[in-house]
Design a protein around this ligand. Structure first.
Ligand code: HEM
Length: 447
């Protein structure tokens, strides 16, 4: 087999009458193919097994994966639970709102969501806060002339996220260190010994949580700290029902995590696409010159339709969250199948985002599909952010930062008479799970 599948495991089996994809390895199941080659794995499974099949996620067990567009309705289904996410990543996502259901979820989300709506972002001056950081980063790229794009966009996103949180400048290097250790929890083997990633990652999580508790105390004491945490704490304290500070602490951790890798990957893909499509770069430069400055408020975004189309089309072609796990609480009808209660489900956003059933010529990077549309954006047009009660809270923030980034990039490079150019291949080294991203080694030149 040419994919990362186990050649010794070729037999077709059924679980609950649904075929299991052959090729799983002991312990890690299909994870090597899911991480490195998800689109081909899904296509092969669809061709050989049909629209419903089991994939083996190694330690997380088997998830029934459904390629029928009916699967998208699961995101809004009352009898479908997100608690499986906590079981799959207990150390990193435990207690966060992405793992909660029903009223517990609503209460936690209601307590903090206002800060992430356009009004909350505008009142907190997030656009003004981000603009100089983004400008400095793209100027540094222009001066360096060539960059490994993903490591640099990850750095940029970390700077933006920490500034959003109002983390004081003198603490940034310690936060960077702890944050990197926290991320290791995503891939840490389950060995809890001194010096191992699991032990270090848990210690980093406890450190970050302790800092967040201090932030919350400071915000309540009206200490002179700015940032979204202050706004979240006030909104949280005003919300109905008494939630413990543990909920707030866990969700500050979630916010640090949720926006970092996803946005960094999207910005990296955006630059790669611009480097591959000179005509798109020209259209973006024309728009940037017309608006003349990096927008800072949501009301300014309407003046940047090319940058907005670039944001939407990049996410459509390269959705950073490729798969969403859920659990069926009751027996469900899914496409042509009955799914027993308790089934672990995988909703492959990546598949739908690039499906010919939902998009014309889905493999082509076309800004026209957004620029020429006359109807408003529908939930299916932004399915890369999920849907239903758990739809991404960072949507308006990402929209703002990606438009700011693309206009800043176009203005800065145009002033210097340079444009992005792809200096290496892009197919090798892409990853699709847990977050999808281009290879760490893709290089972009500015000349
Ligand atoms: C391109 C960037 C992003 C993508 C593709 C993305 C994608 C997603 C998706 C697919 C979900 C739904 C998960 C589920 O249903 O289980 C989600 C949830 C969430 N996202 Fe994002 N996200 C992005 C950026 C951000 C940012 C910047 C933030 C905030 C700083 C953020 C905060 C959240 C939160 C808090 C949730 C959980 C919402 C809930 O459970 O109610 N995301 N995101």
């Amino acid at each position: 087999m040419d994919m990362l599948l186990n050649p010794l495991n070729r037999w077709r089996r059924l679980r609950d009458d649904i075929p299991v994809m052959p090729g799983a390895f002991p312990l890690v199941g299909h994870l090597p193919a899911i991480v490195c080659d998800l689109p081909r794995l899904l296509r092969r499974a669809e061709r050989t097994l049909g629209s419903h099949f089991w994939l083996d996620f190694g330690p997380a067990g088997h998830l029934m994966t459904c390629l029928d567009p009916d699967a998208l309705a699961l995101l809004r289904h009352k009898e479908v639970s997100s608690a499986l996410i906590e079981e799959m990543a207990p150390d990193i996502l435990g207690g966060t709102l992405v793992t909660l259901d029903g009223s517990a979820h609503r209460q936690a989300r209601d307590g903090i969501k206002a800060a992430f709506l356009p009004r909350g972002l505008t009142e907190a001056g997030i656009g003004e806060l981000f603009e100089p950081i983004i400008r400095a980063q793209v100027k540094a790229w222009r001066d360096r002339g060539e960059v490994a794009i993903l490591p640099d966009t990850r750095n940029l996103m970390l700077k933006l996220t920490f500034s959003l949180m109002g983390i004081p400048a003198q603490d940034l290097s310690e936060w960077h260190r702890k944050y990197r250790q926290l991320l290791q929890l995503m891939v840490a083997p389950p060995i809890d010994l001194p010096g191992m990633p699991l032990r270090r990652g848990r210690a980093a999580r406890d450190w970050i949580d302790a800092q967040s508790r201090q932030f919350i105390r400071d915000a309540r004491a009206r200490a002179a700290r700015t940032g979204l945490i202050n706004d979240m704490v006030s909104a949280f304290d005003c919300s109905d029902g008494a939630l413990s500070d543990d909920v707030l602490v866990a969700n500050i951790r979630l916010l640090l995590l949720a926006g970092h890798e996803t946005s960094a990957s999207t910005i990296a893909w955006m630059v790669i696409e611009l480097a591959q499509h000179p005509e798109l770069w020209d259209a973006l430069v024309e728009e940037a010159q017309r608006v003349g400055a990096v927008p800072t408020g949501h009301e300014d975004l309407a003046q940047c339709p090319v940058a907005e189309a670039l944001f939407r089309e990049t996410l459509r072609m390269h959705p950073a969250s490729s798969l969403v796990p859920r659990r069926a609480m009751q027996e469900l009808q899914l496409g042509q199948r009955r799914i027993p209660a308790g089934t672990h489900l995988c909703i492959p956003l990546l598949h739908f985002s690039t499906s010919p059933l939902l998009h014309e010529a889905p493999d082509q990077f076309r800004l026209g599909r957004w620029l020429q549309r006359t109807e408003p954006i529908r939930p299916v047009d932004m399915l890369q952010f999920g849907a239903g009660p758990h739809v991404c809270m960072g949507y308006h923030l990402v929209w703002l930062e990606l438009v700011q980034f693309s206009i800043a990039l176009a203005l800065t490079m145009q002033e210097a008479g340079v444009r992005p150019r792809l200096m290496s291949g892009v197919e090798k080294g892409r990853r699709y799970y847990p977050t999808a991203h281009p290879s760490m080694t893709v290089r972009i030149g500015f000349s």
